[in-house]
Design a protein around this ligand. Structure first.
Ligand SMILES: [Zn+2]
Length: 358
């Protein structure tokens, strides 16, 4: 059949159709909630990504963002016959027009019955956060350490910041009052397991218990050692939520399902990144991305026969999730919770609180 253009350099091919039919058609539930997707029209990018930046971190080469309509087209293509909705937010870098991109999500996402997070800068006063949360469909915020200050050459100038450096207490107070959703991409090269992150997450949970705190990417736990260090000490907190976006590693999915359980894990894609074609390999605490596509980071090519069989990263992630469910013994009820019901319940709680406030 014909290739369908998804977005940027990414297409949907017969390899993907066959992968879906073989592994996913009978397993992915009818309703899918993507808890972590970046949606923003490319016109909000203020400066093109420098070649230096592209070479510094692989994700920078994929900074070609999805508009709401293109995101809808991609969902229809990659989840055939499914009802898909999402929590979407812009791209949290100062090379983008942040205020405008927040306006974009609350203008375009509610029309599709999708929810939005506002990207929030640490310098913004409490009233600004209050104002962001007053817009249609805005259920919370997406803070990020690169919003502390701009650096056109690297994403990670502020990676060693503490969480409170980019999500200050005066904002947390407002978010707590609104019972808002906060998607937290943890800082630090040591990821979620860093003692300061562990301490700060616990402090947020104690001081601001009504915030719906969602730890993105299982705390950036892409390898098993990082998952053991980061997830295990926090797994028992019954009020902490986790999105599994960008996690391809079946061992990490299995560890999370075993220790967190299916009631607080939410499916997410991290698209557009995960429409890349290829696979990932892990060694100890590091990983290698393999892809057939033309990127700076793509220095570990595999044989043409292997590359010809590559499917989308997001399909590999779904398959990893499926394998982990089988290994841990998570049945249909748990699968449906992770794909839809957990996120849907969280959103319903936030909306009920918002209506009660009116
Ligand atoms: Zn993301």
């Amino acid at each position: 059949m014909k290739e369908i253009k998804l977005h940027h350099k990414f297409n949907y091919t017969d390899v993907d159709r066959a992968f879906w039919a073989k592994h996913l058609e009978d397993w992915v539930p009818q309703r899918v909630y993507d808890s972590h997707i970046h949606i923003i029209d490319q016109s909000y990018q203020l400066e093109t990504v420098s070649e230096e930046m592209k070479k510094s971190y692989w994700v920078q080469e994929l900074q070609n963002m999805l508009s709401a309509d293109v995101a809808g087209h991609c969902y229809q293509t990659v989840f055939p016959g499914r009802d898909v909705c999402c929590t979407g937010f812009g791209w949290p870098f100062l090379g983008w027009e942040i205020e405008g991109s927040n306006e974009y999500v609350w203008t375009h996402l509610p029309a599709k019955k999708w929810n939005a997070l506002a990207v929030v800068r640490p310098t913004w006063v409490a009233e600004q956060v209050e104002w962001l949360l007053s817009h249609p469909g805005v259920i919370g915020v997406k803070p990020y350490y690169s919003l502390i200050g701009h650096d056109a050459s690297s994403r990670d100038k502020y990676i060693e910041a503490s969480i409170f450096d980019f999500l200050p207490h005066h904002q947390l107070e407002v978010l707590n009052d609104h019972k808002a959703w906060v998607t937290m991409h943890v800082p630090k090269a040591d990821r979620l397991g860093h003692p300061e992150n562990q301490r700060d997450i616990k402090e947020i949970r104690n001081k601001y218990p009504d915030i719906r705190l969602v730890i993105a990417h299982f705390g950036r736990s892409y390898t098993k050692p990082h998952a053991e260090e980061g997830i295990l000490p926090l797994a028992d907190d019954p009020g902490l939520y986790w999105d599994n976006s960008a996690v391809l590693n079946p061992e990490v999915h299995a560890l999370a399902m075993e220790h967190i359980g299916p009631d607080r894990i939410m499916y997410g894609t991290d698209n557009p990144m995960f429409m890349m074609r290829g696979r990932r390999k892990w060694q100890g605490r590091s990983y290698t991305n393999h892809t057939s596509q033309d990127f700076y980071f793509n220095t570990n090519r595999e044989s043409p026969e292997i590359e010809a069989g590559y499917t989308l990263y997001m399909y590999e992630a779904l398959k990893a999730m499926k394998d982990a469910c089988e290994k841990i013994g998570i049945g249909r009820d748990g699968v449906e919770k992770m794909f839809f019901r957990n996120a849907d319940r969280l959103v319903a709680d936030i909306e009920a609180h918002r209506d009660a406030d009116k």
